[in-house]
Structures are given as C-alpha cells and as structure tokens.
Design a protein around this ligand. Sequence first.
Ligand SMILES: [Zn+2]
Length: 277
Amino acid sequence: MTQVKGIGIHSGDPCTLTFRPAPSDTGVYFIRRDLPGSPSLKVAAKNVEATSYQTTIGGPDFKVATIEHCVSALSSLRIDNLFIELDGPEIPICDGSAREFLKAIQSVGTVELEAPRKYCYITEPIQLNEGDKHAYVLPYHGLRLTVTIDFPHPAIGKQTLDIDIDENTFAREVSEARTFGFLKDAEALKAKGLAKGGSFENAIVLDDQKIMNPEGLRWSDEFVRHKALDALGDLVTLEMPLMGHVVLFKAGHDLMNKLVRKIKDSKPSFKHVELGY
Ligand SMILES: [Zn+2]
C-alpha cells in the first residue's frame, strides 16, 4: 500500500488516499473508509455523476470528487485492478498534476497477474460532435492521443499535443502538467461550492492577460498537456484498457463521459482482444 495526502481543490477538505492491490477482473474501485460500512464504487462511466470542472463518481448516498488526476496514471502503468481508499469526499489535488499519484504507485511497483490483459480494440471510427467540440476514436494498435484546445486568451490560444501513451511518455510529457483556472471565474466557482481549495500551489491561475503564478509554466503548452492528463483519467471509466487513437478538440469531462458511453454502446465498432502484455 502507498498513500497520498492533501486537500481537495473544490471542497478544500483534507483527505488521505491509500492505494491497495486488487485481484484480477476487479477493475478500479474507490472505497470511502470514513463512512459507515465503507461503501465502494467502481470507476465506470455509468457511475459518473458530475462533469462540471472535474469528474465525480457517485453512489446513492456518497460521492468521490475530482477523480481524474488520481486515475490518469493507471493506463500508462498498465494497472487494471486497484482499490483506492480515501477518508473524505474529494481526491487531494496535490500540485494540480498527477505527479504525486504516479510517484506513490511507482514507489511500491506493480505485479503482473496471471490473467491475460483484455483490451477494448477499436475496429471502426466512433465519432461525437457537439457544437464546435468533437471527440472521436480511430483504430490504432496502441493508445494514442491527439488533443487540441483553443482558448481565446493571450497566454493559451490554440495548442495541440499528439502522443503515444506508455509509462515513459506519460511520466515525462504529461504527468506533471497542472490544472488551470481563470481568476475571473473564481468568485462564481466559489459561489457554487467549487475551487475552495484552489491556490497558486495547486493550479495555474490566469488573469485576463497573463499567468499569475510567480514560477510560471512547466512547459509553454502545459495547458494542453493537462487536458491529455484529464482525458486519460476519464478513459479509465471505460473499465478496460483502450487500443485506439483518441482525437479531441475542445473536449472537457462532459464530452469525455459521452465518448466513453458511446464507445461502450458501439458494439460493432470494437472487439475485446486478449493480449499477453
Ligand atoms: Zn484536470
């Protein structure tokens, strides 16, 4: 087991998270150890309850908020089965990236299970359009992301990241990209009970012209790298590793949830393949 501690970016609540190994064919589960009976919930598209600024999964009387950074490292590490215990309603934001979660898991390592790994192997394109946003997935032998964002802000603009995902590329190119937010939205978010724990310590903050964090950016295109991180987290709700090329244009958590649901519903467009790696 290995732990990560911190506060939630939206709730501001402290939380300790513990990763524990799970057997074959379990999937990824969150377990609320602070609640009576320790209720658990699978990371699955059908359990996604909210997609506004973050991804929340919810059961009848409990939830786990802001799951996407914590689980984004899993596909690159080839982890399909995991128990993630927590003692609060929201995953710690740490530095706003996936760095702490990746480090925590790498520090204890992973175990290859006996069962062959079962993939969702895309055979026909699956496309989703919503206004000027789109998300689609194409056949590809591997997991590739092409992510484009376009923000009318002088410090962001249009950025594209095209990347084949494996443990090395995720660690090097994606895992340390931080979440970001606009100062002008802060009051409205706080009024909705969001961003209460947000600070320069855990997010890139932008005013109308520039980045306000004194240390600046980790990459000039850190924003699109973070969107790739978010997308990988949301893809865990597919409940199976994806073999495909995911192409996203201005896609947020809501469109990702719809894409994952569409993949699940598009039975003729994928097959389940078992590969020994
Ligand atoms: Zn994010």
